[in-house]
Design a protein around this ligand. Structure first.
Ligand SMILES: [Zn+2]
Length: 324
């Protein structure tokens, strides 16, 4: 295998592209060096090829030691190798406090979350035959994650040193409740994680582990990051780019169009989110995609309900939506 290339994106800041089996096949992590030690932003999955690439990069930078590991959010491609690099005698793990309670149920003690998700998809209209498979799709991901206890739980707005750079933690919930971006005012660098990607629209889903209104959270975070006017956005997937205002406009109008479409689909008769998702995206073969489509549809329905455009009714058996 060709060794993953280390490219310097700012003075003493190196981007490393690690292999993953989804999205566009790569996740970007960043190494900050002060000449003695390295700080790492995101760490890829707990998989041999990915770990090897990080070890080679450390060798290239002339240090075996990682001082800080900061994680943008706990999805496996960003957090998976946390337990390899952070812990007693290893790096200190920095993570937003809203991510911390998601880790154990998602990657260690899965049974409770699996049954919670199963109930969630059932009340949202998924047929029983699909519900079990859909709620089990989490299990495979726990294989590529080694968890670690955080040393620092972030609230957002902290200033932390990474290599020779001072970065501000920007809490940007939506894709995940405690998703963070890191912003360096001096150089105008925004390390955006999955919050602002150049090609993809990150999945914004309502589910048992999400915030209660993730789409509004997400759109608000987009607006705040655009206001920072970064000179360069360094995303976790895809290539760095400069036009943050244009990309934020694009992502915002994508969601606005989807809100309009969904409002169109939700008629006067009550519908389940599953029926809405099927009408919007058509039947999906891939179960992982089915679950994402349901959760993404739900995030938009919830935003419409919060705005008073849609009426949401709930019983222990079902959640239904209709036009206000
Ligand atoms: Zn993610």
């Amino acid at each position: 295998m060709r060794p993953a290339a280390l490219s310097e994106v700012a003075e003493g800041v190196f981007e490393l592209r690690l292999p993953i089996p989804f999205e566009d096949g790569l996740v970007n992590v960043f190494l900050f060096t002060d000449g003695k030690e390295v700080d790492l932003l995101d760490c890829g999955m707990n998989a041999e090829e990915s770990l090897d690439a990080i070890h080679r990069a450390l060798q290239q930078l002339g240090t075996p030691r990682i001082r800080r590991l900061v994680v943008t959010h706990i999805h496996p491609d960003h957090y998976g190798a946390a337990g390899v690099f952070a812990g007693p005698g290893l790096a200190d793990l920095y993570i937003h406090r809203l991510e911390v309670p998601l880790v154990h149920p998602r990657y260690v003690e899965l049974e409770h979350l699996v049954s919670e998700v199963q109930h969630h998809v059932l009340v949202n209209g998924v047929p029983a035959s699909d519900a079990e498979v859909l709620s089990n799709s989490q299990r495979a991901l726990s294989q590529v994650v080694k968890t670690a206890e955080p040393s620092v739980q972030l609230d957002g707005a902290e200033l932390i040193e990474m290599g020779r750079h001072s970065l501000r933690i920007e809490w940007t919930p939506g894709h995940s409740p405690g998703h963070i971006c890191l912003y360096e005012a001096a150089g105008g660098l925004l390390f955006a994680g999955d919050h602002i990607l150049p090609e993809l629209s990150p999945n914004i889903g309502l589910h048992p582990q999400s915030t209660p209104d993730p789409l509004h959270d997400y759109l608000d975070g987009l607006r705040r990051m655009a206001e920072r006017k970064p000179a360069l956005v360094l995303p976790a997937h895809g290539r760095p780019f400069a036009d943050v205002a244009g990309r934020v406009d694009g992502l915002t109008s994508h969601h606005q169009r989807r809100l309009d479409q969904i409002l169109e689909i939700v008629g006067r008769d009550e519908k389940s989110a599953w029926e809405v998702a099927l009408e919007l995206w058509g039947p999906r073969e891939n179960l992982y995609e089915k679950r994402l489509a349901l959760q993404e549809g739900l995030a938009h329905l919830q935003a419409l309900a919060v705005e008073g455009l849609v009426v949401k009714t709930v019983t222990p058996e079902s959640v239904r939506w209709r036009r206000a």
